[in-house]
Design a protein around this ligand. Structure first.
Ligand code: GTP
Ligand code: MG
Length: 136
């Protein structure tokens, strides 16, 4: 089966939504294989978001991710990479559909970066790379 990396971002942890997010992952039938709470260092975030280096939201994104702990979750399931991104909803929480994590709990806070509660890997290659970065 496929595996993906889910992160509950600092806004999700601060708003006490980690349990609700895990509940939705499990309700869908996916398996939590490994889970840890991490206070990430800048170097780990720079590797995680390497593809976004140079974009206008890159620095605010890294700064936001440094604001507090994140919950890193290794999730397994049939087509879970694409499936979790459907559960999460579209990147911009103001446009994310009701019934999705971002659609139900996110809004546009008028900040320099989308505080959109969760991260999910976007391909088999990113999932492998990101799981290696957040888990031994
Ligand atoms: P992740 O699952 O977090 O990777 O989200 P994504 O794949 O839906 O988005 P993407 O990888 O393109 O961007 C990573 C993160 O950068 C997003 O989750 C947002 O927090 C932020 N971000 C992306 N695009 C924009 C943008 O156009 N403006 C702003 N302000 N933030 C953005
Ligand atoms: Mg992404």
């Amino acid at each position: 089966v496929e595996e993906t990396l889910v992160l509950v971002k600092p806004d999700g942890v601060a708003r006490k939504l980690s349990g609700e997010i895990i509940r939705r992952i499990e309700a869908k039938g996916y398996s939590v294989v490994d889970l840890r709470m991490v206070q990430p260092e800048r170097s780990r975030l720079e590797q995680h978001y390497a593809e976004h280096q140079g974009k206008p939201f890159y620095e605010p994104l890294v700064a936001f991710m440094l604001e507090g702990p994140v919950v890193a979750i290794r999730v397994a399931g049939d087509r879970v990479i694409e499936g979790f991104r459907v559960l999460a909803g579209t990147t911009d929480p103001t446009l994310a559909a009701p019934g999705t994590i971002r659609g139900d709990f996110g809004r546009d806070w008028g900040l320099a970066v989308q505080q959109n509660l969760v991260h999910g890997s976007d391909s088999v290659e990113s999932a492998q790379r990101e799981l290696g970065l957040w888990f031994d």
